[in-house]
Design a protein around this ligand. Structure first.
Ligand code: HEM
Ligand SMILES: *[C@@H]1O[C@H](CO)[C@@H](O)[C@H](O)[C@H]1NC(C)=O
Ligand SMILES: *[C@@H]1O[C@H](CO)[C@@H](O)[C@H](O)[C@H]1NC(C)=O
Ligand SMILES: *[C@@H]1O[C@H](CO)[C@@H](O)[C@H](O)[C@H]1NC(C)=O
Ligand SMILES: *[C@@H]1O[C@H](CO)[C@@H](O)[C@H](O)[C@H]1NC(C)=O
Ligand SMILES: *[C@@H]1O[C@H](CO)[C@@H](O)[C@H](O)[C@H]1NC(C)=O
Ligand SMILES: *[C@@H]1O[C@H](CO)[C@@H](O)[C@H](O)[C@H]1NC(C)=O
Ligand SMILES: *[C@@H]1O[C@H](CO)[C@@H](O)[C@H](O)[C@H]1NC(C)=O
Ligand SMILES: *[C@@H]1O[C@H](CO)[C@@H](O)[C@H](O)[C@H]1NC(C)=O
Ligand SMILES: *[C@@H]1O[C@H](CO)[C@@H](O)[C@H](O)[C@H]1NC(C)=O
Ligand SMILES: *[C@@H]1O[C@H](CO)[C@@H](O)[C@H](O)[C@H]1NC(C)=O
Ligand SMILES: *[C@@H]1O[C@H](CO)[C@@H](O)[C@H](O)[C@H]1NC(C)=O
Length: 338
């Protein structure tokens, strides 16, 4: 009797456990982990659709891969990777991040994000978030220019708000000390290795004179150029960016291989040819733990590529919205229904 009762209870508990295990996956978790297979049944071709649109854009705009890589960074550091960067003023959005100091007349590629959204809308409508499009576009862009590939973690959802003031304060500026930059990375749980690896994204793309010309003429109020600037490189930069000239003039972030994704950014730093103050500081700050990391990446491209891929995954994990949080925007520029 006792054993029958026991068996009955056991069967009941087993049944209950089975029911819970079967039902559990269908309850959307509100705080789920991102996953590389998130769209494998709902939009299996998502990666190639994203890459194809970028390849199209790149035919007339070779810089677009760099610009798209930067957009994911500028999204993730502000309210997490929630596509807040993409929202225009309208509806409840009173201030767009696009006009915050680090983005105004600088962040670019938004039209290509819209083209990717439209292409995905045709193949898998309502499925892929704009925040995931930014993550996928960054990976495709780096790969297209010869950089590493990695499995992008997916399942982010799009936020309802933009944070212009946050974009102003959370994103690093090129005029800060290494300690200030490190603090901004630590605030989003990124390490010093992540900082050095991610800075290697300055292996491609362009920067306007206004972001470094203070180094060429009157560095930090000294009346002299930045002493860490290679003197040959200084002359070149002074020619391209004359004092009181047009601050919008573009310069190669990596003069040696301007459009390729490789480790020359780090060999440039060894030659005192970092373009931004914050680039050169990684190597020229005496006693900093970043110096040996720069040396390693300059001497071993495989080590850089591995660390870069891991750092992009870490950056892509900054406070994502998942499960039932946020929404899948129909138009990356607007909250649905606004
Ligand atoms: C230390 C932190 C960083 C600072 C201070 C910084 C600053 C800048 C500045 C001032 C520019 C030039 C923008 C312009 O002239 O309009 C730039 C360009 C760029 N940044 Fe950064 N950046 C940092 C980190 C990163 C990270 C983490 C990534 C990506 C993983 C990145 C990717 C890029 C790319 C690809 C460009 C070229 C964009 C283009 O040509 O459109 N940067 N960055
Ligand atoms: C995915 O793309 C391949 C070719 O790139 C195509 O043959 C296939 O039909 C596509 N699948 C879907 C589900 O769109
Ligand atoms: C952004 O740039 C435009 C010029 O294109 C300028 O008129 C505007 O004042 C700038 N906005 C901010 C917030 O700096
Ligand atoms: C996506 O498709 C829907 C319905 O076909 C359409 O209303 C919407 O404008 C499309 N969005 C984009 C970005 O193409
Ligand atoms: C952004 O920062 C600049 C100076 O760094 C300041 O002039 C501006 O008022 C700030 N804007 C916002 C919205 O915080
Ligand atoms: C960073 O990590 C701490 C501790 O694990 C956590 O409380 C915080 O939310 C994380 N911040 C971000 C931006 O991920
Ligand atoms: C600029 O000068 C200030 C003090 O005058 C100093 O604290 C700061 O570290 C200097 N910045 C750089 C990048 O050398
Ligand atoms: C500065 O250069 C930009 C692009 O290179 C151009 O659009 C702008 O008109 C120039 N401004 C002046 C004052 O020459
Ligand atoms: C300056 O750059 C040149 C390469 O253009 C390099 O040969 C030289 O060693 C560099 N000088 C310094 C001080 O880094
Ligand atoms: C680092 O130290 C060397 C001497 O050891 C000095 O010449 C150089 O100016 C220092 N660099 C910086 C950026 O302070
Ligand atoms: C380069 O880095 C990779 C990855 O960290 C490592 O496996 C390899 O041994 C390094 N190569 C050299 C020559 O140090
Ligand atoms: C705008 O904000 C109001 C008040 O919080 C809210 O009721 C409404 O749903 C929001 N609209 C959109 C499109 O998010």
């Amino acid at each position: 009797m006792l054993s029958t009762t026991y068996n009955n209870n056991g069967s009941f508990l087993l049944l209950l456990a089975t029911v819970i295990l079967l039902v559990l996956p269908f309850i959307p978790p509100s705080n789920a982990q991102l996953s590389s297979t998130f769209y494998s049944s709902t939009c299996p071709n998502v990666s190639s659709i994203v890459s194809n649109v970028i390849q199209q854009a790149r035919q007339s705009d070779p810089r677009i891969t760099a610009s798209l890589t930067r957009l994911h960074f500028h999204d993730c550091f502000v309210n997490g990777c929630d596509a807040s960067l993409l929202l225009d003023v309208g509806g409840n959005i009173t201030e767009s991040e696009k006009t915050a100091a680090p983005n105004n007349n600088s962040a670019r590629g938004f039209d290509v994000i819209d083209n990717i959204k439209a292409a995905l809308n045709a193949s898998c409508p309502g499925i892929v978030s704009c925040a995931d499009i930014l993550a996928l576009a960054a990976q495709a862009s780096v790969s297209l220019e010869g950089g590493p590939s990695w499995n992008v973690l997916l399942g982010r959802r799009d936020g309802f708000t933009a944070n212009k003031a946050g974009a102003n304060t959370s994103l690093p500026t090129p005029f800060e000390t290494l300690a200030q930059i490190t603090a901004k990375y630590n605030a989003v749980n990124l390490s010093t290795t992540d900082l050095v690896a991610l800075s290697g994204a300055h292996t491609f793309g362009r920067a306007q004179c206004k972001f470094f010309s203070q180094r060429l003429y009157n560095f930090n109020g000294t009346g002299n150029p930045d002493p860490t600037l290679n003197s040959t490189y200084l002359t070149t930069l002074q020619q391209n960016c004359p004092q009181n000239g047009n601050g919008s003039t573009l310069n190669k972030l990596d003069p040696s291989t301007p459009n390729a994704f490789d480790n020359n950014y780090f060999t440039n730093l060894l030659n005192n040819q970092g373009l931004l103050q914050t680039d050169q500081e990684l190597f020229s700050t005496n006693g900093s733990s970043t110096v040996s990391i720069v040396n390693n990446f300059a001497n071993n491209q495989t080590a850089f590529f591995q660390a870069f891929a891991q750092a992009m995954i870490n950056m892509g994990n900054i406070s994502p919205l998942t499960g039932s949080q946020g929404e899948i925007r129909n138009d990356c520029k607007k909250v649905n229904g606004s």
